[in-house]
Design a protein around this ligand. Structure first.
Ligand code: FE2
Length: 174
């Protein structure tokens, strides 16, 4: 009698990345929405980042690369936020989608006013919440961890990881 080979069960992260790869083939005008829909079923699963080392940096919020696809032009990162850490006030040079994995974040929206950005709205983002936006440097927001526990979010941006330095955030003065 032959022994049966064990069946490899895809991890939640592998399934998320497969769904993200499918979303990367959606026409550009709808890709950010498709990416948010791809993330949503997995966020909040405590096993999503199991085996991935995503340490918190006490000095600043930290991106950890989960998947880079230069050929298709996107990358997936987990961002770890210590209490009190926040992004700059920024718009995006590329489409983006993100959602909260653990903890909660505050998303503040701004409107351009000359050379600066003024806050308009503030929303709480909880585990499982997803958001998305097309490339638009004048669609401005800031993410912040105003809670007392570490927070983790998962983001997909429409550039390869080596272009994150100048290809993602357009930073505004607020
Ligand atoms: Fe952003």
């Amino acid at each position: 009698m032959n022994a049966l080979a064990p069946i490899a069960v895809p991890t939640p992260l592998a399934r998320l990345l497969a769904d993200v790869a499918d979303a990367a083939r959606v026409p550009l005008a709808a890709r950010d929405r498709a990416m948010a829909a791809a993330l949503a079923p997995y966020l909040g699963d405590p096993g999503l980042l199991e085996g991935r080392d995503c340490p918190c940096n006490p000095d600043r919020y930290t991106r950890h690369l989960l998947h880079n696809d230069p050929a298709s032009g996107y990358a997936v990162v987990a961002i770890v936020w210590a209490p009190g850490q926040m992004s700059p006030v920024h718009g995006h040079r590329t489409w983006c989608a993100f959602g909260v994995q653990r903890g909660w974040l505050t998303e503040t929206f701004f409107r351009p006013d000359g050379d600066i950005a003024l806050p308009t709205t503030c929303l709480a983002r909880r585990p499982g919440d997803v958001c998305h936006a097309p490339a638009d440097p004048r669609a401005i927001h800031r993410l912040a961890n105003l809670g007392t526990q570490e927070a983790v979010s998962v983001h997909v941006y429409g550039v390869a990881f080596d272009r994150f330095g100048d290809g993602v955030n357009h930073v505004w003065a607020a």
